[in-house]
Design a protein around this ligand. Structure first.
Ligand code: PA5
Length: 447
């Protein structure tokens, strides 16, 4: 089944006339994207990735995953931003909610921990405790090979790995996903003989989930990466070939830009499944880094519902009217729990006896959508047919394509991220990195 984009609840905010009027702009943006004639066109490798990927490497990813599954209790995945969020989104969406703490036997694949996505000593230290007595491997992921957060974590855990196994065996337990030819990590991988996987030159970090960046950790978790790619390939066909009026990615790009022009500057992605939390985080990076530049963009926010209805719900319903909401709706829950009748109805819940928990969840969702719509929050919905790899592959591609089109409609280069450099320059200067001496003096005076 296909992903469906439903904007019927925006009827009071957007007319069909406006959608029609937007068509030429959207189709123009799509043409610029697919003709590769726009800004950032060096980074469009993701468009054809689901059908045009390195099959030899794909097979090697599966083999490496099998090896890790066979010789490791734990896989450490070291990376940040685009070298982190896709894998985590997929693993959390596709695996057991308590994957890492399932008793042996119930989970046949290694525990998976993510590190190098912050600079927290406590987090690193606590993870070292988790590794005690366990066999582990490392997948270090960095396109540039020079990013500080993962480089720090890699130093620490590489040392631990060498301490445990000796250098020769440790090198066989390190898998490097990086540039095909250049960068500090590639050089190290060559020197030490780590098995390497490639982040293609023409695929930016936030568009890289369907490369080895995402695929190796996802495969280690036992998820079906073939189905993931098939889902993405099918969504690609829909995105490229379907007419505007029925094309989910194009309609989504149209609606969000119309709403932005009406003053809706914040988009809140809302999920009703905790396992979608990191899909929302991945989506935030995708749209935030792609569109938030040149003093423009829609601010991407996310809530986990119904959890956050008890915190952020007040603001969404009744605060400043600056947002629209995009609900991620997993149509079919993989688990069924039926509520039972109790003899004494002390908690007043007997009226739900015989109903499933998912029915309650969907009722909460539908009630909330209408309440938010009544509160002037236009509501969009992305219907995800099932909680499986095929649907997730579609979802990834749907958002990536919509993002490229939407960014061009906005008039920015959706494929660069000049803004992420500023903090790095200051940090390097304050750390005393050679070459930053002058900046260091100036910054220290300001602190
Ligand atoms: O999208 C991006 O470019 C960033 O989020 C990067 O992915 C992130 O900074 C990590 O970079 P690298 O893979 O070079 O370590």
């Amino acid at each position: 089944k296909e992903i469906v984009f439903d904007y019927s609840k925006t009827a009071g905010f957007i007319s069909e006339e406006e959608m029609k009027n937007m068509k030429s702009t959207v189709m123009g943006a799509k043409d610029v994207l697919t003709a590769k004639s726009g800004a950032g066109n060096d980074y469009l490798g993701w468009i054809d990735l689901p059908v045009d990927y390195d099959k030899e490497e794909f097979a090697r990813i599966k083999k490496a995953a099998e090896k890790i599954q066979g010789d490791s209790d734990v896989l450490l995945v070291i990376g940040i931003g685009g070298s982190y969020l896709g894998a985590r989104a997929a693993i959390e969406f596709l695996s057991h909610s308590f994957y890492n703490v399932l008793p042996k036997g119930k989970r046949k694949t290694p525990e998976i921990y993510f590190v190098g996505n912050s600079i927290s000593s406590k987090y690193i230290h606590d993870l070292q405790d988790v590794l005690e007595g366990k066999d582990f491997s490392i997948n270090i992921i960095s396109k540039s090979g020079t990013t500080t957060e993962p480089a720090i974590a890699f130093r620490v855990f590489k040392e631990m790995l060498i301490g445990k196994y000796g250098k020769e065996e440790a090198n066989k337990r390190i898998y490097a996903t990086t540039d095909k030819a250049k960068g500090a990590l590639k050089n190290l991988a060559n020197e030490e003989g780590y098995e390497s996987f490639v982040v293609p030159d023409d695929v930016g970090g936030r568009f890289s989930v369907l490369t080895a960046v995402g695929l190796l950790p996802i495969a280690v978790s036992g998820a079906d990466i073939d189905a993931l790619m098939t889902g993405a390939a099918d969504a690609r066909k829909v995105a490229l070939e379907t007419e505007y009026e029925k094309n989910p990615a194009l309609l989504y790009a149209a609606v969000r830009n119309i709403l932005l022009r009406k003053g809706k500057q914040v988009e809140i992605v809302a999920n009703y499944e905790p396992s979608l939390h990191y899909v929302s985080e991945w989506w935030k990076q995708l749209f935030g880094e792609s569109e938030g530049k040149d003093q423009r963009g829609i601010f991407p926010a996310a809530v986990d519902l119904t959890t956050d209805l008890h915190s952020m719900g007040q603001f969404i319903q009744d605060g400043a009217r600056i947002m629209f909401e995009t609900v991620l709706n997993v149509e079919e829950s993989p688990a069924e729990i039926v509520l039972q009748r109790e003899d004494v109805d002390t908690d007043g819940m007997n009226y739900l006896a015989g109903k499933t928990v998912d029915f309650v969840n969907k009722s909460a969702m539908n009630g909330t959508i209408l309440a938010h719509t009544d509160g002037s929050v236009p509501n969009l919905m992305v219907k995800i047919p099932a909680q499986d790899a095929y649907s997730l592959g579609q979802l990834f591609y749907f958002f990536e394509f919509a993002c490229g089109v939407s960014g061009y409609i906005l008039g920015v280069n959706p494929f660069n991220q000049p803004g992420v450099e500023s903090y790095k320059k200051n940090m390097f200067a304050l750390l005393g990195k050679p070459g930053y001496e002058e900046a260091r003096e100036a910054l220290l005076k300001r602190l």
